[in-house]
Design a protein around this ligand. Structure first.
Ligand SMILES: Cc1ncc(COP(=O)(O)O)c(C=O)c1O
Length: 494
């Protein structure tokens, strides 16, 4: 998609809709660096309401109450006592995003906005279709609801109950939740269903796996948020270097922040995947339970040739740690026996399963590279533990039918936390990068009809640089769109 108006009459229809809902669209730069004032009446707005003012909260700078802006994005710094490695591991918290309590609402916003401002989506007649493994479609449904348009969630039937409970409260019609076969690793089945839906011209498929806006928003907003946290930490520790950015890949949007951080700090970019489905590590396949990271394919928007390391994490580890960090007995053990700061342990409320996998991968990386106390590893918890309460219950019923006691917590800590080693860490040579890049051919060229030329041009870093250079153009189009919408109460006051 290019930053030029394609259909002025559809663009006008979108402007009319924004006037009706009394909203305006934040630019990507405004979301990257939200002004201190926020929206004029934002503090009175429930962060979980489908209110257009909440578009101005789709950024990393919400405080823990999610009603005010904080100077520094929320983050945790994990010390050696917890991780067993000298390198500080810094975790950015996605739970403070509005409406869905996960960062994917940012990607959803970014994928729809280019269509609105170029006249490729009419909220009055088009349906926004959001293919996902769970959080992106929730973000998409939230944005659709704000705009008063139909939003259709397409996700595997095996995802967590919490995701479906949320969706059933937010969709306009229960038929707008489409369950595809399988779980996390069944992205092909999602694509197939979307191909059927695309037969209807009123359905606009917003495919996060191939929408470059998803890359750009994370480059601009998530990259900047990490940079802000790193600069903040560096004021107290002048010797800190940013060694690596670690991100489990679903659509591979978030990992675009790694491209930004490499430009700013020469940090390594590290992709994480489930060991039970080792696509990048071994061209492999399989099923796993690290929800949010889809597999058996390489997203079109993944800048593979700029990725430095791949780390495999077993879902047995993330499931066990999810239980340890979120059970009363586990928390008691960590604070009383292991003497870990109770405040820090409590903050694991902010870390969902893929966040735990990211932390494990960061520890593996720090061991593998023998990182020292000045080598900071940054990673992300894209959603919080509350999204996985039913997963924890079923895990306990399966694994510990007689209850999870203190001896079990000691076993789990020894086996899944203390024993984290540097296994399944692959530093990518040019040959390995090319192998992973080539794997994408089967999805994108053979199945999805992307031209070979468009597929291949992503090998060259100038392609990605060219994309980044379009960001000011997108911001300009959004500004022009807002000017035509006119003054409304939902506008930011800086
Ligand atoms: C919980 C969770 N973790 C990680 C990811 C991966 O993020 P990305 O799609 O930006 O690669 C997702 C994506 O939906 C997610 O929902």
């Amino acid at each position: 998609m290019r930053p030029i108006v394609v259909d002025p009459s559809r663009r006008r229809a979108a402007i009319t809709r924004l006037q009706q809902v009394k909203g305006q669209l934040p630019t990507w730069s405004e979301l990257a660096e939200p002004g201190p004032g926020g929206c004029s009446h934002l503090s009175a707005i429930d962060p979980d309401a489908p209110d257009p003012a909440n578009l101005w909260r789709v950024h990393w700078f919400n405080d823990t109450s999610r009603t005010r802006r904080s100077e520094i994005p929320a983050h945790l710094v994990l010390p050696r006592e917890l991780t067993g490695v000298d390198a500080p591991i810094v975790v950015l918290i996605g739970r403070h995003f509005p409406m869905i309590a996960a960062h994917k609402v940012l990607a959803a916003y970014a994928c729809l906005v280019p269509r609105l401002v170029t006249g490729q989506f009419d909220p009055g007649s088009d349906r926004a279709v959001w293919p996902s493994t769970g959080n992106y479609c929730r973000g998409g449904v939230a944005i659709s609801r704000i705009l008063g348009c139909r939003g259709v969630a397409v996700l595997p039937a095996g995802m967590s109950r919490e995701r479906f409970d949320w969706l059933s409260k937010w969709v306009a019609d229960p038929a707008d939740i489409i369950r595809t076969p399988g779980t996390e690793s069944n992205v092909k089945e999602i694509y197939d269903r979307c191909a059927e839906l695309a037969q209807d011209p009123d359905n606009v498929i917003l495919n996060q796996f191939s929408e470059f806006a998803n890359y750009l928003i994370h480059y601009r907003c998530t990259g900047h948020a990490f940079d802000r946290v790193f600069s903040h930490l560096k004021t107290a520790h002048r010797g800190y270097r940013l060694a690596a950015f670690v991100s489990a890949t679903g659509s591979a949007g978030t990992i675009a922040a790694g491209d930004y951080l490499k430009t700013m700090h020469r940090a390594r970019t590290v992709a994480v995947e489930a060991l039970e489905c080792p696509t990048m590590l071994r061209n492999g396949y399989g099923e796993h339970n690290i929800q949010g990271i889809g597999d058996k394919h390489i997203p079109l928007i993944h800048n593979v040739m700029n990725t430095d390391v791949v780390v495999g994490v077993s879902d047995r580890t993330s499931d066990a740690l999810n239980h340890l960090f979120n059970s009363d007995v586990g928390r008691r053990y960590l604070t009383v026996r292991r003497r870990i700061d109770p405040n820090l342990v409590r903050q694991f409320d902010d870390v969902g399963v893929s966040g735990l996998a990211n932390i494990v991968a960061s520890i593996k990386l720090a061991r593998h590279l023998e990182l020292g106390p000045d080598d900071v590893v940054m990673t992300v918890a894209t959603d919080g533990a509350a999204m996985y309460a039913t997963e924890r219950r079923s895990y306990e019923e399966r694994r510990y039918p007689d209850g999870f006691d203190e001896i079990n917590t000691g076993e789990v800590t020894g086996r899944y936390l203390d024993a984290i080693a540097d296994d399944h860490v692959l530093e990518l040579s040019h040959g390995e990068r090319t192998r992973i890049f080539n794997l994408g051919y089967y999805t994108w060229v053979e199945q999805q009809g992307v031209s070979l030329e468009d597929f291949d041009r992503r090998k060259d870093q100038r392609f990605w640089q060219g994309l980044v250079e379009t960001i000011p153009e997108w911001d300009r189009l959004i500004d022009e769109f807002n000017e035509e919408v006119g003054h409304v109460a939902g506008r930011r006051v800086s």
